[in-house]
Design a protein around this ligand. Sequence first.
Ligand SMILES: *Cc1c(COP(=O)(O)O)cnc(C)c1O
Length: 357
Amino acid sequence: MTIPTGEILIDLEALRHNIDVLTAQVAPSQVMVVVKNDAYGHGLIDVTRAAVDSGVSWIGALDLPTALSLRDAGVSSPTRIFAWLLDPEEDLAPAIAASVDLGISTVAQLNTIAASQAANPARVHLKIDTGLHRNGATPEDWPGLVARARDLEDQGVVEIVAVWTHIAEADDHEDSLSIARFEDAVAIARDLGVRAPLRHLAASAAGFARSDARFDLVRFGAFVYGLPPGDGPSAESMGLRQVMTLRAPISLIEALPDGRRRASIDLGFADGLSTSAPGRIAVAIDGRRHPLVGPLEVDRAWIALDDDSDVAVGDTVTVWGDGSAGEQTLQEWGNATDTMSEELVVRLSPRIPRRLV
Ligand SMILES: *Cc1c(COP(=O)(O)O)cnc(C)c1O
């Protein structure tokens, strides 16, 4: 089969499989599927629909335009869509009307909600900073934030759905400190009259590994797509499958003056491939690995061929995938190029066509 200059294959069965594995791993805690950055380059709408079909009732959208685009695409209540990166200038009224769950860190944000005069209460998740310093109320500001939210709850302006935080997940000891600070903040919120809030703290790594990090809900991004961090176990060893395959047909085979041969694919750094890949990465052709050789061009990559390589123009080159066709996984790509696998997928150019399989 001839394919265009390159294509991204999204294996929805692998995605559903991963969601099932993660759901079983953290039960009875619930799973939120995080779909920021166009679902880590996998396609916002397709991934969200597959997650909802798999029984997921929480979608993590990051920002309001993403959350509202999901509502517009028909992802309706009771599926909860959570957005936590709010622009201070942003009009919150459309999000409140669309019943988007809002991550709230400041009294100023609560006042913006109050000023928006919405017809229905805003669903808010109050965020405490437990050490990452990426938004969240400080422990000093926390009682004031909770008290103002309780006030507005009594006026019917907000509904306090959750208390949450985000942690580093790079160091077990640091994470344990964050968990303890989180539990303190939950206790304070309860003392101030917040009834049975959902509690959520962990993303993929801590949520998968630590039962004490799961609370009521785990926000899974990378693991949904089968993308474990480079320093951790492989996707396969966790029972997860990499969802994305990137492949391209050989566009040209060339003999070099010294008698060696090389083949090209029409994917280069403008498509999002990393200039550090040549010399460090091998791609698969017909189940065999062949090294990428440099330099990477704007719209082309070169592959060294062995003397006995029996390949032809049009043959499929698997750049990365789950490893089943002999190719390297994104975790291996990340390790070889000193990049996070998530960065590799979100950097891919939107001009590469994406196909569901
Ligand atoms: C991105 C993000 C996640 C998901 O993180 P992964 O490590 O990809 O699972 C969870 N929570 C928040 C707040 C995030 O920004």
